[in-house]
Design a protein around this ligand. Structure first.
Ligand code: PLP
Length: 378
């Protein structure tokens, strides 16, 4: 069986976790959390990074930091994970979905401005497959209408747009370290803050609405309840697991990139024959091989291909059911304009096995399975 995903394991995680156990300090914000935060700051250039219990929680923190109020409108693609929307719906906001670009599967930046109203408070671009959205356009719209930009960079760790790290371009960015992502701590994420003036507020929100972080630094003599907040900091055990991988982030990236490039070149013939479409990466984006997907003719062909590959022991999966068609999306969201590509493109997309240490021979098995499928198909 060739699995779709195997969570990353570098090999030094266990030894780091033992260090934590021996330190007798397993709650949040210990040495390993600090190392992870520093790694993120160094690698992305953000003003501050705070490890969180998930990307979902980093997005929720962003919604709190942006002071989203009931009735506010947030613009985002419908082709995304539920958390991008939920974080704002929890604050009473309404979600305005905008169509995607068929080439990158990212929000179509040319459609955003017409969706802006006086209620719009933020734009939440999602960097699908670790390929950057058109951030220059998005930032200029945000600037013109005084909106927050909150990047869902769950899939974008170690990827960049015009030399700027994904997650470190808008006001806030959210990383995921879930086990399906490039670097993992089981469940976890990080909030990236690009305007340092929000750091103190973010620390308070993350520490249950208290100024405990300032207290630890000796800035206040007792810590108290000062704002809204929750428990968004992960255990040191998880942070240690993650740091073992972040220390070798380049090596893990290189390995994934090798697999991605092998798929891309081996599937080139089928793409040249117009049987399938391959991912598109704008030249000024450097991606992180988070995902390798192909696009087939339609949903029927995709179902047949999934079955065919499964019969050969290859696990492939499709992705998001567009949020605007889901029960909660109908309740709390609204699709602005026409759904030209969101539904149609999502129904064509199929994700192939991709993980750290995926073997070349397994890639070849997947590729041959796809070639075999098309050779028998009219
Ligand atoms: C994985 C993912 C999330 C959620 O990440 P968690 O860390 O599991 O909360 C959010 N948005 C996108 C685009 C994702 O891929």
């Amino acid at each position: 069986m060739i699995h779709f995903n195997i969570p990353p394991l570098y090999g030094t995680e266990e030894e780091k976790i033992h260090e934590v156990i021996n330190l007798r300090k397993i709650c949040g914000d210990g040495e390993f959390t600090k190392k992870c935060n520093q790694w993120i700051r160094n690698r992305t250039g953000c003003a501050e990074a705070l490890l969180t219990t998930s990307c979902t929680h980093a997005l929720e923190m962003s919604a709190l930091l942006s002071r989203i109020q009931p009735g506010d409108e947030i613009i985002m693609p419908s082709y995304t994970f539920v958390s991008t929307a939920n974080a704002f719906v929890l604050r009473g906001a309404k979600i305005i979905f905008v169509d995607i670009r068929p080439d990158t599967m990212n929000i179509d930046e040319t459609l955003i401005e017409s969706a802006v109203t006086e209620k719009t408070k933020a734009i939440a671009p999602v960097h699908y497959a670790g390929v950057g959205c058109e951030m220059d356009t998005i930032l200029s719209i945000a600037d013109k209408y005084n909106l927050f930009v909150i990047e869902d960079a769950a899939q974008g760790v170690m990827a960049s747009y015009k030399g700027r790290a994904l997650g470190a371009i808008g006001h806030f960015g959210a990383f995921s370290f879930h086990e399906t992502k490039n670097y993992s701590m089981g469940e976890g994420g990080a909030l990236l803050i690009n305007d340092g003036q929000y750091t103190e507020e973010a620390e308070i929100i993350r520490e249950k609405g208290t100024n405990r972080s300032q207290f630890w630094r000796g800035k206040v003599d007792k810590y108290r309840w000062v704002d809204l907040g929750s428990s968004y900091l992960p255990s040191e055990l998880n942070a240690a697991y993650l740091f073992a991988q972040l220390e070798h982030a380049d090596e893990i990236l290189d390995d994934r990139m090798k697999s991605w490039n092998r798929y891309y070149s081996e599937l080139g013939d089928l793409a040249a024959d117009d049987k399938i479409d391959l991912p598109f990466v704008p030249e000024y984006c450097s991606h992180n091989a988070h995902m390798f997907y192909i696009k087939v003719k339609d949903i029927e062909e995709r179902s047949d291909l999934i079955k065919h590959l499964k019969s050969m022991g290859v696990e492939t999966v499709f992705h998001y059911i567009p949020l605007h068609t889901a029960p909660a999306g109908l309740k709390w969201g609204h699709f602005h304009g026409e759904d030209r590509f969101t539904t149609a493109e999502s129904e064509r997309l199929l994700r192939l096995p991709m993980y750290y240490k995926l073997r070349d021979e397994d890639i070849d098995t997947v590729v041959n399975g796809i070639k075999d499928f098309y050779s028998k198909r009219k």
